[in-house]
Design a protein around this ligand. Structure first.
Ligand SMILES: Cc1cc2nc3c(=O)[nH]c(=O)nc-3n(C[C@H](O)[C@H](O)[C@H](O)COP(=O)(O)OP(=O)(O)OC[C@H]3O[C@@H](n4cnc5c(N)ncnc54)[C@H](O)[C@@H]3O)c2cc1C
Length: 419
């Protein structure tokens, strides 16, 4: 007999949303939860008050059917009342997630194991088995894997000034870190939200020198503003206009035309509830085309920076940005002329064929497959093995931000409760 009704792997937002949904939907289930680290994941571990959520607080609730839950939590905490802003520090969201985790744990349904899962497989003697690096084993009837992404930059050359993963570096900085002198340069590779966070973070930590930013686009991520959403009729017309001709080129043409008539942010935001339908409507070769030619621009427009971050960037007098394709060789050269070179590139799941280690046996046993775009993984036994989070990229076009993660956890709980 299985020890647990479900085994859950991962310690970030996806796992916490899953715990909330499963304890609510299946109050009799026993859940075995394995997480490699305490805390609530890299995204919300920063202590800097200048590292802000890039989604308004009013949409960051942990429950798909109560999206304002986080905003209400903020307002109900008198000590946090000064933080009732639209874009609040990510550390506050980390505190909220920790409280949500405690809420799920208080049901008494969950057994927590601290440790890293080395492999997941289905032996003849049990439904599913997790094997941990320290030799412990756990059996269960179903498994949810939410391991996030492996850290960046395994392909970066080794050099004392080269930092392969900016976030891992930032989170390990000691409180008494002395920044390089004002005569020195720090180079950032990448110009998305991570690079923007590094700029404001480095200034907060007292770095007064030049920050040089190099990226393929040579452009910052766009900023949020208070544009009103499109009205429902215009939105419906826009989606109908897109779905009628599902090719990359036609999507761009329709979006350009709409953006000439309405604010572009409202046009992009109108796609969000339909993004998966629009993505799936594209034939495979068209999806490839979007990833190859349009994805970087899409990311810049879709994953927007909080206005105060964008303002700080625009007003920084010792900041430069340029286009460059940073190869290992160039990174080494940059390291010679910089106090530090921080890799702020976005995650590329399949870089060098590296999938999170926990999937290796599942891939070999044919329970999981690499998706058609080779950008993520898919479960071949969805009734008993579920994947959550960024590892699903490609099958899903949106699978990294809280609004989607909480919805995916809710959908999974409903599906498994009803079968
Ligand atoms: C810097 C940053 C800022 C972000 N800001 C926002 C934002 O403002 N709004 C928003 O909506 N989204 C934001 N995101 C997106 C973010 O990815 C999600 O919100 C969310 O945090 C992802 O959670 P996750 O649980 O899927 O992955 P992760 O947070 O990466 O968690 C994965 C967890 O699994 C554990 N794990 C991995 N492998 C194993 C194993 N083998 N055994 C046991 N445990 C394992 C890891 O230790 C980790 O704790 C941000 C992301 C980053 C990186």
């Amino acid at each position: 007999m299985s020890s647990f009704d479900v085994l859950l792997v991962g310690g970030g937002a996806s796992a916490i949303f899953t715990l909330l949904q499963f304890t609510q939907a299946m109050p009799c289930w026993r859940i075995g939860w394995v997480r490699a680290q305490a805390g609530v994941g890299v995204a919300y571990a920063t202590a800097s008050v200048r590292h802000l959520l890039n989604v308004p607080a009013a949409r960051m609730g942990a429950y798909a059917d109560a999206v304002d839950d986080f905003d209400r939590w903020l307002r109900s905490n008198p000590e946090l009342s000064g933080s009732a802003e639209v874009f609040v520090p990510r550390g506050l969201y980390g505190r909220y997630l920790a409280q949500m985790r405690e809420r799920a744990l208080s049901t008494g349904q969950i057994t927590v194991l601290e440790g890293e899962v080395l492999c997941c497989h289905r032996p003849a003697s049990a439904d599913w088995r997790l094997e941990l690096t320290d030799g412990r084993r756990l059996d269960g009837a179903r498994v949810v894997l939410a391991p996030g992404l492996p850290s960046l930059g395994s392909d970066w050359p080794t050099h004392t000034a080269l930092v392969a993963d900016a976030w891992s570096w930032w989170l390990r900085l000691p409180a008494d870190w002395q920044p390089p002198s004002a005569e020195e340069t720090i180079t950032l590779v990448g110009s998305g939200l991570t690079a923007m966070d590094m700029v404001v973070g480095l200034r907060e930590r007292g770095f007064e020198g030049h920050i040089r930013v190099l990226s393929r686009s040579g452009q910052w991520s766009c900023a949020h503003d208070d544009t009103a959403p499109l009205d429902a009729a215009v939105q419906a017309q826009l989606i109908a206009g897109l779905i009628v001709r599902p090719t990359a080129r036609d999507y761009v043409r329709v979006l350009r035309r709409a953006s000439a008539q309405y604010p572009w942010r409202a046009v992009i935001d109108a796609l969000r509830p339909h993004s998966q339908t629009l993505w799936q409507a594209l034939p495979l070769n068209e999806r490839r085309r979007v990833l190859r030619h349009g994805f970087e621009s899409w990311n810049r427009l879709r994953h927007r920076a909080p206005p105060s971050t964008a303002r700080a960037i625009a007003e920084d007098p010792k900041l430069s940005i340029a286009r460059a394709r940073v190869t290992s060789r160039l990174a080494e050269q940059l390291a010679e002329s910089s106090a530090l070179v921080l890799n702020c590139g976005g995650p590329v799941l399949s870089r060098g064929g590296r999938w999170p280690r926990v999937f290796e046996t599942l891939l070999a046993d044919g329970h999981v497959r690499i998706n058609e775009l080779a950008t993520g993984l898919q479960s071949l036994l969805p009734a008993e093995l579920a994947l959550l989070g960024a590892v699903r990229f490609g099958e899903l076009i949106e699978c990294t931000a809280v609004p989607e993660l909480r919805q995916h956890a809710a959908d999974l709980a409903r599906r498994w409760r009803d079968t």
